[in-house]
Design a protein around this ligand. Structure first.
Ligand code: SF4
Ligand code: SF4
Length: 285
């Protein structure tokens, strides 16, 4: 786990450290409480470890791995790292061995992956063109929901569904930022902003309600399904809409996405107009 979208102010992703690979049941609220208690146990246990004693660090790892071994994994091949805990008083999740937490550059070598992998790993989303804009959108909608941020930040199927047009998240982040700043927009633009805010929030919550979103590890191999422009099949996969669902549901979602595309075009036109009126030489022609 490295910086950037992985850590956004008090939000952190941490999905590649395996937390959501622990299968702690389908009741999402109960599962969240269990994950919290696991993180708290790790954090308290690690607080007693002498960082100058490598044997103590390794003993912590092996004890904690042993304690958590009885918890089923969504994906048995994906490792769950016990060094993930709370790294701020506000409850930010993060790597307890990270150089910025410990002030020591190489302690992650006591972990399963080792320092180089932990520092260099970039998931599909983090590498994506609009990654920062996407993470800004998530913090906008979930200022206080750390797990929501983590599960959605690593969720490349969800990201990709909207990013078929490559600057979708950029436009959305601008739109949310500028509506917050109460710029001088006309009535129809404001209506669009309100629509976009409501619709996007709806999609985010719908995705969070799915079982796939609750088991996010960042290693999901679903990209083959998203090589072509979005289809009803993409929608069914991402939102868990079954083929048995009442006819018309995925059509409604599709219409919603198409309306987003029209909104995207109108927002870009508006931006270019504002930029050219203010003499911005970067305004698109
Ligand atoms: S899953 Fe991606 S965004 Fe999340 S912590 Fe790992 S590298 Fe960062
Ligand atoms: S050592 Fe830290 S960064 Fe590496 S997997 Fe464990 S918690 Fe994540």
């Amino acid at each position: 786990m490295s910086a950037g979208c992985c850590q956004q102010n008090e939000h952190s992703c941490v999905s590649c450290c395996g937390l959501f690979n622990l299968n702690v049941g389908e009741n999402q609220e109960r599962a969240r409480r269990i994950r919290q208690s696991i993180l708290m146990e790790r954090t308290r246990g690690f607080a007693g470890v002498d960082l100058d004693e490598p044997e103590e660090i390794l003993a912590f790892r092996s004890n904690q791995e042993h304690k958590e071994a009885g918890i089923e994994r969504h994906d048995p091949e994906t490792y769950v790292c016990p060094f993930l805990g709370y790294v701020s008083l506000e409850g930010r999740m993060g790597c307890m061995l990270h150089p910025r937490v410990t002030g020591r550059p190489r302690l992650q070598n006591h972990s399963f992956y080792g320092h180089s992998i932990c520092q260099a790993y970039d998931c599909v989303n983090k590498d994506a063109p609009d990654a920062v804009a996407y993470s800004e959108v998530l913090t906008h909608f979930f200022p206080a929901h750390h797990e929501h941020y983590a599960r959605l930040m690593a969720d490349h199927a969800f990201y990709r569904l909207f990013a078929v047009k490559s600057d979708f998240w950029e436009v959305m982040a601008d739109l949310l930022r500028e509506s917050r700043e109460q710029k001088d927009y006309n009535v129809s633009f404001n209506n669009n902003v309100q629509y976009a805010r409501r619709a996007l929030r709806f999609f985010l919550l719908l995705r969070l309600a799915t079982n796939a979103s609750a088991a996010m590890t960042s290693f999901e191999i679903l990209m083959h399904s998203f090589q072509t422009p979005r289809t009803a099949i993409d929608l069914q996969q991402v939102f868990g809409v079954s083929l048995m669902h009442p006819v018309g549901y995925s059509e409604r979602l599709t219409r919603c996405l198409l309306r987003f595309e029209r909104l995207q075009t109108s927002v870009k036109l508006r931006h270019n107009l504002v930029a050219s009126e203010s003499g911005n030489p970067h305004a698109e022609q």
